[in-house]
Design a protein around this ligand. Sequence first.
Ligand SMILES: Cc1cc2nc3c(=O)[nH]c(=O)nc-3n(C[C@H](O)[C@H](O)[C@H](O)COP(=O)(O)OP(=O)(O)OC[C@H]3O[C@@H](n4cnc5c(N)ncnc54)[C@H](O)[C@@H]3O)c2cc1C
Length: 389
Amino acid sequence: MNPPDAIIVGGGIQGVSMALTAARRGLHPVLVEKSSLAAGASGNSYGIVHGGLRYLQMLDIPRWRRSRLAQAWFLHEFPAQVRPLRCVMPLYQGRLRSPGLFRLAMAFEQTLAATFDARVPLPPPQLLTAEEVKTEFEVITEGLAGAACWHDAEVTDMPGLLQAMLKRAGLEPPSLYMPFEARELLTQRGEVIGLRIADVNNGDTREIMSRVVINCAGAWAGSWQQAAACPTARSLAFNLLLAGALPGNSALAVSRIPGKGRSYFMRPHPEGIFAGTYYRPAPDATEPAVTAEDIQAFLDELNSALPGMHLRPADVKAVMAGLLPDKDGSGERLSSDDHILTHRPHGFYSIVGGKFTTAPLLSEDAANRIWPHLNRADHMAATLVKHHG
Ligand SMILES: Cc1cc2nc3c(=O)[nH]c(=O)nc-3n(C[C@H](O)[C@H](O)[C@H](O)COP(=O)(O)OP(=O)(O)OC[C@H]3O[C@@H](n4cnc5c(N)ncnc54)[C@H](O)[C@@H]3O)c2cc1C
């Protein structure tokens, strides 16, 4: 067998996307995962594939475009695992999330969306009146001025999505090393020549030869030898499955101070209510450990946002938690410049800290950097963007 064109470390959304991008460019990657597919943050994500409407409220059109493209791609390519999700966010007079600002974002969205051939068209965003929100949800009514209503996408089967992406990339054993852990880069005269990996079940090590190693190990990206240039601090993020029921089939976005601050989503789940996502710095954590205080802090936020729910720890049926790479241990996210790193030795790259939504786009960007001589055509855009004229 010829040596693979690239060894990808990590079987989360980023590693799997990278494998698919490489395969679509005619390359033969292999993937190394120390546990199982979606074992890290990806498998515990809240699973919203954001279309980027919030970026329009900040007039960040390039970022909107990237999110929208990735969302459209997921919906079109993996309809069995990704479906549209109606979202409702109450708006309050005089607050950041006010009807005026949302109206502006809506107008932008409609103009820009006309440049897309999204194939799975989503209903346009709309404003609901205060009366309409009140009939649907028991939200805080003081100052309520209506609600933003838009469609995002949700991943309904995360391991299934990653399996389907790997299948599309043609990756199966012997090109899939699982459970194997990346241990050490093999180098020669400043160039990568391969990777030493260890079988997690029996500790046996082996070497895979390749001139390219791409580190997509998420919060652990800086933990293994020679990946020290990656961030090593972490944040903890978790969702709760709560007893109870929500009406309808929509996600409700709420915040502790109505119309202001971090938003939490609540949506119906076959076994109750799925609430997410609570974040806190966890600089030295090696595993996503959620404490009773963490859970209480999240419930306090939700109870402030939706006082009628009276949520208690006894209502918690399950906790889904993951670790995310963090800029410096303060809970601050990595900036877009930190996502794709080119290291020494030559041939070693990391892709860290992107959102679930943008993993396929980061993979395209990384592929353009790693293999500049190959077809640079943006495959995602080519399949989805309308060509005028
Ligand atoms: C609770 C929560 C909710 C979230 N909600 C959303 C959301 O709604 N929308 C959104 O866009 N994003 C969301 N995110 C963020 C998103 O899930 C992550 O940004 C994304 O999944 C990160 O993917 P990744 O592949 O980089 O990392 P991970 O999914 O963590 O994958 C890294 C993989 O590398 C493996 N690995 C680590 N070290 C090694 C090694 N040495 N050798 C081999 N394998 C190794 C791990 O086992 C793991 O499987 C959420 C995250 C969390 C935790």
